[in-house]
Structures are given as structure tokens and as C-alpha cells.
Design a protein around this ligand. Structure first.
Ligand SMILES: [Zn+2]
Length: 361
């Protein structure tokens, strides 16, 4: 009969293999990223490669992408990851504070910490930060028979998921796939928690539909408000609502100005609309394994045959591309040397002259 001690030794052995395999994976991933091989496979970032090609969940992809990036700058984190001193979930916090100057001092402070412990250390190292902006989504399911609760069932609150995604990397699918905590059916409640003189934290119950609209608005504003928080997006939406209300009431002082006359390279609104609808507002750059990139971040219109090379501004010659793939396409046409003479925005404006005014915001 196998004793508890034997099994324990076996588990310790397996854990050792697991950590070693993870470290090997991350080292290989860092090398893959250093050579930017994900570009060759058609992806817009390492995150998209991990999420779509390797099938990792959004959270798992984010942790690994962060670790691979950190390994490239600080190879000394590999050994602690391999022997278990450093936990994957601490790497994101470590990445926020590790610098070439403080590396010897800071790294050991993250050893043997849980995710929350690592958060506390990184917060303490960044004392001047304002109150943190948090985007938290918790899935809730009403149960009709339960008694009326306080603000929210503590069990549900405890399972709050903090979004670990950089705005550039919000995956296509809804990332909230965690077990659904149950909360009693009660009227949606709203609570406001003062954080500082100006900042408030708002807890509000919303529908899945609203979350989808929020994601779509974030994608739509990814040009004009890159990296905008949920709060900023909602505020921009409320500004529009209030502006419309003011117009209805005749409160707007200036009449709307006439739009300037169209330029010769102008892409008509009809073409923009049709292309946007056809492509679903998603990047159409093909990925090597089949399908398309599908990113909704900073999507721009691209001419398959560039305007500068005689391509027409037709629906057939126009497609949606994310900024990364649009620039990649331009580099393939015009070459790195030419593109490097321009900043990112200038390159868009001047080299792809046909695209002026075609950006979707
Ligand atoms: Zn793309």
C-alpha cells in the first residue's frame, strides 16, 4: 500500500517538474518574443499568439507574456521561477517596479509571496501613486428565493476578478469565464465609496449586454483615447448624452459648422460604413494557422493596393486592419527605411495618403 509519505514525495517530485517545465516554457517564449516570431505567424502581439494560437485563457496568456518580457530584461528571474521562490502570479507586480538600478534589492522581496502579498509590496514601492483605478467584473446570478442581502453577498464580493489586461490586449472573447457566484435576487443597487477628495469607487450592477457595449466603445475609442479606463469611457458616453439633451433643449450656443469639402483622396462614408460592416470592425490580417487577426484595438482602414500605388478607394480594395498590422502592411510596401523616416502618426498621415480621413474613431 502506498503511504501518505510516499505520495507526498511523489507530489513534490511532480511539482518540481511542473516548475521546471514552466521555466523552460518561459525561457523559450522569451526567445520567441525576442525574435518577434509571432509576427511571422500573423499575430498582432505575443499575447494574441498565446491566447489564440496556444489556446491559453486571457489571464494565463497575460501572465506568461509579462514573464517572457521581464525575462528578456532581467534573466535572473528564471532561477527563482524554476525553484519556486517566485510565483507566476507575482511576476505582474514585480514587472511594475523592477528596474536595472533596484534589481538586486527588489527581486528577493517578491520571493515566496502570494499574489496579494506581491501586490502589497509593489504598492509600497510606489507610494506616490494615486488611489488605484480598478476595473472589476463579477458575474452574478439571481436566486429568487434568497432573502434580501446587504449591498452584495460577501461570497460574491470575495470572488471579484480584477482585470489583468492591458488595454492593448483585451482579448476578443469576454474574459469573464469564472465560476458564477450566486447572489440573491434583489433590485440592482449602486454604492459609491469615496477614495480621495476627487475619486469615487462605484459599484454598480449591469447586464452582460452593457459589458459588451463597453468593450465595443473601448475598441471604438482606442484611437482617440488609447488606454482609457472604463470610467473614462463611460464619462465620454455621458458627455455625449448630455450634449444631445442640451441640443434638444436648444441650449447649444453655436450652430454646427458645415464639414470641409472632401479631398480628392477622400474615402466616402458609404465605403467606410460598408467595409466596417463587412469586416465586423475587426482586423482582417490573415494569421498563418487560418482565420484572421480579429483585433478590435485601434482598427484603421487599409487599402489592399495602396492609394499611392493607384489603388482605388472602393469597398473591395479597402479592409479593416489593427494599427499593428496596418503598419506592418505599409512597411512591406514601402520598406523599413522609408517608414522609419516618419513617426507612427506621420507615417499614417503622409505615406498612406489615401487613408487620410479614413480612420475610424
Ligand atoms: Zn491585426
Amino acid at each position: 500500500m502506498t503511504s501518505a509519505r510516499d505520495l507526498s514525495a511523489r507530489l513534490a517530485e511532480l511539482l518540481h517538474y511542473e516548475r521546471a517545465a514552466l521555466a523552460e516554457f518561459l525561457v523559450a517564449l522569451a526567445d520567441f518574443d525576442r525574435k518577434r516570431l509571432w509576427v511571422e505567424l500573423g499575430h498582432a502581439s505575443l499575447f494574441y499568439f498565446l491566447h489564440r494560437e496556444l489556446g491559453l485563457s486571457s489571464g494565463a496568456a497575460f501572465y506568461r507574456k509579462t514573464a517572457a518580457g521581464l525575462i528578456q530584461r532581467f534573466p535572473e528571474i528564471v532561477d527563482p521561477l524554476r525553484d519556486g521562490r517566485l510565483c507566476m502570479t507575482s511576476v505582474v507586480e514585480l514587472a511594475k517596479v523592477l528596474t536595472p538600478e533596484n534589481r538586486d534589492d527588489i527581486l528577493p522581496r517578491f520571493f515566496h509571496l502570494s499574489k496579494s502579498g506581491a501586490k502589497a509590496v509593489s504598492a509600497a514601492l510606489r507610494p506616490n501613486d494615486a488611489a488605484p483605478h480598478r476595473a472589476v467584473v463579477t458575474a452574478v446570478r439571481p436566486t429568487p428565493a434568497a432573502p434580501a442581502p446587504a449591498l452584495a453577498a460577501p461570497a460574491a464580493r470575495d470572488r471579484i476578478l480584477e482585470s489583468p489586461f492591458h488595454p492593448d490586449e483585451t482579448p476578443h472573447a469576454n474574459p469573464v469565464q469564472e465560476p458564477i457566484p450566486t447572489v440573491p435576487a434583489s433590485p440592482p443597487r449602486t454604492a459609491v465609496e469615496p477614495l480621495t477628495a476627487d475619486l469615487r469607487r462605484l459599484h454598480v450592477t449591469v447586464s452582460r449586454r452593457l459589458m459588451e457595449k463597453l468593450a465595443a466603445a473601448r475598441a471604438a475609442l482606442s484611437h482617440s483615447h488609447p488606454g482609457a479606463s472604463e470610467g473614462e469611457i463611460l464619462e465620454a458616453g455621458l458627455d455625449l448624452l448630455l450634449e444631445r439633451h442640451a441640443k434638444r433643449k436648444g441650449l447649444v450656443e453655436k450652430p454646427r459648422r458645415e464639414p470641409p469639402p472632401a479631398k480628392p483622396d477622400h474615402v466616402s462614408a458609404q465605403v467606410k460604413r460598408a467595409v466596417w460592416q463587412r469586416d465586423g470592425g475587426r482586423c482582417q490580417s490573415p494569421i498563418e494557422g487560418g482565420g484572421v487577426c480579429g483585433s478590435t484595438h485601434q482598427v484603421e482602414l487599409d487599402h489592399v493596393v495602396p492609394r499611392g500605388r493607384g489603388g482605388p478607394a472602393t469597398i473591395e480594395n479597402t479592409r479593416c486592419l489593427c494599427r499593428f498590422h496596418n503598419q506592418l502592411a505599409a512597411r512591406r510596401v514601402y520598406g523599413d527605411e522609408w517608414m522609419d523616416r516618419f513617426t507612427v502618426r506621420r507615417a499614417k498621415r503622409r505615406v498612406l495618403s489615401g487613408m487620410k480621413g479614413a480612420r475610424l474613431e
